[in-house]
Design a protein around this ligand. Sequence first.
Ligand code: IPM
Ligand code: MG
Length: 355
Amino acid sequence: MKTYKIALIKGDGIGPEIIDEAVKVLDAVASCCDIEFSYEEALMGGCAYDITGDPLPQETINISLNSDAVLFGAIGGAKWDNLPREKRPESGLLRFRKELGVYANLRPATVFDELINASSLKPEVVKGVDLMVVRELIGGIYFGEPKGRDENKGWNTMVYTREEIVRIAHQAFKIAMTRSKRVCSIDKANVLDVSQLWREVVTEVACEYPEVELSHMYVDNAAMQLIRDPRQFDVMLTGNIFGDILSDEASMLSGSIGLLPSASVGAKIGVYEPIHGSAPDIAGQGIANPIATILSASMMLRYALGEHVAADKIDAAVKRALKEGYRTKDLAQYDAKEVCSTSEMGSIIANYAAK
Ligand code: IPM
Ligand code: MG
């Protein structure tokens, strides 16, 4: 039997609740796939700051680097919003991504037929949507220097090197080769110099993938097209901040941000996390949707561990739970046969996944 070491970073807000459900599902699937997980918990975010004074203790990096993959919940909350920038939970997360070197953030957005009425868009617009945002994660304006502020001025720098663009473009084209072979690269090349370089380099890399059809789109238009006709997209290749924004937008196609998983890859150890935040307003109430985290665990099985059978079982179990009409509160207003709590949803999916 194969044992995998998983670093669990539960974080703040709803983080602990949703990670617990993903672990339940992982353990259920392990029992029937002849694999086993050993978990080690590590602190990050506000909870880490409260205990250690640092939102990203070195021990968390060590535990993560010493694992096969990291399963991550969410961080942040109003309680820590007024700390100096480097002590804020978000800074811990950004530093974590950088330290691990996970430069490629894969954010699939699919619309489950079972939830076709949960989207705020018309069913005929969202039916069959299946796209993947490939977001550059450790560069761009999030990290560019110079940055800073004084009393009357604040500044950040959007910067990309050729090398950074080349490697994220390769990720996008490789993923496109496993899908519908279309990449739409998103930039603001009509205004930004950094985007001009981005567009040039992506076009060069595309020559190595003659089967993939490349198009370019300005980010404002892309935001509009995502709502107008989301099915036109297969892989959307973006820089850090555009990808942050567009992936939240894409989540609404599916009906709830509580459904979208992500994988941060490109280095030895990958990080698997829901795209949503820590939702402090609903923390502890047992109403959070655990599906994004459960699907992140499935991405972890697929991308980090190569356990495709187990991943397929989880994906099928999620579909089945939705098909049978189980809904957490975020989705329940539309067509719930049964409104369930976070842990009920986790147990139902775990139960199906074990079969
Ligand atoms: C995300 C989040 C993070 C980001 C925050 C919490 C720093 O919004 O993962 O999309 O902006 O990358
Ligand atoms: Mg975001």
